[in-house]
Design a protein around this ligand. Structure first.
Ligand code: 9MR
Length: 738
């Protein structure tokens, strides 16, 4: 099923409106072919091919023998250089390809010279017969050194690849992308709790209440009612009604809601799914691990050799130097989790992720017993602590040892010298690895999480707890001595910048965790004198890797302590939760997130989940059901009650994200690789659409529509360790509240 005509015209209408505000719509350029001799008329010139695979002409097509046993797609290729590209212009890239069924061709438009940036790519799986492929994209860069290429390496066996009618036409009209949004009745496709609130959203033109009915699996209507018209929902631009069927309180499977002639996707009522999800959300960390072989026994379908352990072609993380001129030592920084779909390891994001896991452990008691099926399971330490330890050991290894400049400070990150392409399993990454400069934010992340670890690991490993606390104290002191070493925005080659130049919140967080663990006066005084202590920290984004004050506030409110004025701290969290509930009540999809000007942030799914953590904390403080109900209403969005009718968690819900940007869960690019494991949260709508796939399809998108489940859309559809920490926390809360 696809989006209704009405819905479609509304989105196109909005897009057109955006284009025409303030300026006349740009005139379309003439369509101009950029590829020379794409039909291979009597010669293959000026196409080139990889050494050892000369081009031969066969029935007017260009063919090459592809040797088996290469590693990467780009190890064998055919292409043409000196292609002109103009930033902002739309191109139609088309070709006919022939090759054995199941082989993959990575068709690329990119830069012909180093650093070989990819501007557009698609990786169709060949059918065995000659097939026509056609795509439209918008160039992000102007260059006279462009390239179109067909990369066909990476197959274990030899095969033959032929291509014909290669064309790249500039000046074509932009493609109108229509997401398949299914039925207009939007529900939590994973399920509602038996005694919890149950809400749904209907997209409709109607302005008066509509009848609705709830139907069970056998087709029997079990409840009826009338919708509540809500007007235009700003986050989607849609006219919506809401349905409240909380009065129905029986477990069941495959129920549906019908209104305005449309029937929702099926959903369950009960708790089972959240019990599974709380574990699945945490299991992702094992397959994100660096420095250890991933066992196929523990994760069927996800086995892979250890990444970055100094085995070629990896340069390895065992002895990593700094970027030139930054330091003159090397560090052993093996281990830790890969941050996301790239092979980088970043302290500030590792820090908030560890905090999320340890906070879940500390505040949600059932998390002490979850079985994560990891190599350490059964070692008498709770699995959640074992998993977080994998990252904590890495974080501690990033600290500058005594005797060097900036001793006690922490390197901001370690990653590849240049960006790598997709797919690329961690152990195959050939790039040199580099330590980047220390930063105050990274140092305070280690101070905060090592202090938190010191109190939580003490019963299981007193020596580690002691070492962690010592490292936390050292880091905190070093940060105070170097309070403004900011990670710069420019440092984004080969890895993310994770730049941040407001770090009063990191200081507050580190002081809070050190105080909660030690009770010492020096840390207490720093908490009380921090400007963050009395600020309203519960804005549209409660907390994330760059904003950590709310994390501190939640722990000060929930972890037993004797801080003077603690009741005001607890009251501030409850007030914050009330603000989120007010946003939720006014929202047509029940979302407790209303960013300024409806500009949705990168990683919005996790922001929405983290805002719910604040509401859950208020429930812990007050015991009042209104907060529990707020959390339960808030999760519906993540699981399908949204404008795109999609669950943002892989494998949960009838239609879910499954092509998150990742170099190793890259099934969309290589059918031999898996999708992300069940329980992986996608970043979700991001109004700024920084990647070329999103720019080609979503330009002019409104809020919730700024998302596409495509592996190339790293700005709307990545997975990360910090985002799954939010999902894990909130699904554990839901499982426990049931
Ligand atoms: O999640 C991060 C987002 O908040 C930032 O705006 C963005 C740009 O710095 O980076 C995001 O993090 C990415 C990181 O830089 C590299 N690994 C993948 C992360 C998720 O996309």
């Amino acid at each position: 099923m696809s989006m209704s005509l009405w819905e479609r015209s509304r989105i196109i209408g909005l897009t057109a409106a955006l284009l025409t505000v303030g300026a006349a719509a740009p005139a379309l350029a003439d369509e101009v072919e950029q590829v020379v001799n794409g039909g291979f008329d009597g010669t293959a010139d000026p196409f080139w091919s990889s050494a050892g695979s000369p081009i031969t002409l066969e029935d007017g097509q260009a063919c090459i023998d592809v040797p088996g046993g290469t590693t990467n797609r780009w190890d064998v290729a055919i292409g043409q250089n000196d292609i002109d590209l103009v930033a902002g212009e739309n191109y139609r890239f088309s070709f006919d390809a022939t090759g054995g069924a199941g082989h993959v061709v990575r068709a690329v438009t990119g830069l012909a010279v180093s650093p070989y940036d990819t501007y557009f790519e698609q990786s169709p799986v060949l059918s065995g017969d000659r097939t026509h492929y056609e795509y439209t994209f918008t160039a992000s860069t102007s260059t006279a050194q462009g390239q179109v290429a067909f990369q066909v390496g990476g197959s274990p066996e030899d095969w033959r690849f032929c291509v014909d009618d290669v064309s790249l036409v500039g000046g074509v009209p932009p493609e109108v992308y229509e997401p398949d949004t299914g039925p207009r009745v939007r529900v939590n496709q994973v399920g509602y709790l038996t005694d919890g609130p149950k809400n749904a959203t209907v997209v409709t033109e109607a302005t008066a209440p509509l009848p609705w009915q709830l139907t069970d699996r056998s087709g029997k209507v079990v409840k009826k009612g009338r919708t509540t018209p809500r007007g235009i929902d700003a986050s989607s631009g849609q006219n919506v009604h809401t349905i409240d069927f909380s009065g129905y309180r029986r477990d069941g499977r495959s129920l549906t809601l019908t209104a305005d002639g449309e029937t929702s996707r099926p959903f369950d009522i009960g708790t089972d799914a959240y019990k599974t999800l709380r574990t699945d959300a945490l299991k992702l960390y094992y397959t994100q691990r660096s420095g250890i072989e991933i066992s196929g026994d523990l994760r069927p379908g996800y086995a892979r050799p250890a990444g970055h352990v100094d085995v070629a072609p990896n340069s390895g993380d065992g002895k990593v130097p700094c970027q030139p001129g930054v330091c003159d030592y090397t560090l052993d920084v093996r281990g830790g989790w890969y941050d996301a779909g790239d092979h980088g390891k970043y302290v500030v994001n590792g820090g908030i992720s560890v905090w999320g896991l340890l906070s879940e452990y500390e505040h949600l008691r059932g998390s002490r017993r979850v079985d994560l099926t990891i190599p350490e399971s059964g070692n008498r330490v709770p699995d959640l602590l074992d998993e977080a330890r994998w990252e904590l050991d890495f974080l501690l290894s990033m600290q500058v040892p005594a005797g060097h400049p900036y001793a006690g400070m922490v390197h901001h990150k370690i990653h590849d010298a240049a960006w790598t392409g997709l797919p690329l399993l961690p152990h195959l990454d050939p790039q040199p690895r580099e330590l980047h400069p220390v930063s105050t934010a990274a140092t305070l992340n280690v101070a905060a999480t090592a202090a938190q670890a010191a109190r939580l690991y003490k019963p299981f490993d007193a020596a580690f707890a002691k070492r962690a606390l010592a490292a936390a104290r050292t880091a905190y002191r070093a940060a105070k001595d170097n309070p403004i070493r900011y990670a710069p925005v420019e440092d984004g080659v080969g890895g993310g910048a994770y730049n941040d130049d407001k770090i009063t919140d990191e200081f507050y967080w580190a002081a809070a965790e050190l105080y909660l663990t030690t009770g010492e006066r020096q840390y207490r005084d720093d908490v009380l004198s921090s400007p963050e202590h009395t600020a309203d920290v519960f804005g549209p984004v409660a907390f994330d890797w760059a904003a950590t004050a709310a994390a501190a506030r939640i722990d000060l409110a929930l972890v037993p302590n004797h801080l003077p004025g603690r009741s005001a701290v607890r009251a501030s969290v409850v007030r914050g939760a009330e603000e989120y509930l007010a946003v939720q009540r006014g929202h047509g999809y029940g979302v407790a997130y209303a960013p300024a000007n409806n500009v949705w942030d990168w990683g919005s799914s996790s922001i929405i989940a983290n805002n719910l953590v604040v509401i859950a904390a208020a429930e812990r403080i007050t015991g009042r059901d209104r907060y529990r109900d707020g959390v339960l209403t808030g999760i519906d969005y993540l699981f399908g009650r949204n404008a795109l009718n999609i669950s943002y968690v892989t494998g949960y819900g009838e239609v879910s994200s499954q092509n998150q940007h990742s170099r190793w869960y890259a099934a969309q690019l290589d059918p031999a690789l898996p999708h992300p494991p069940a329980g992986t949260l996608s970043g979700g709508p991001n109004s700024s659409i920084q990647d070329p796939v999103a720019q080609a399809k979503l330009t002019g998108c409104v809020g919730q529509f700024c998302y596409i489940d495509d592996i190339g859309s790293w700005s709307t559809n990545e997975l990360t360790i910090n985002w799954n920490a939010a999902l894990a926390w909130i699904s554990a809360y839901v499982a426990e509240t049931a």
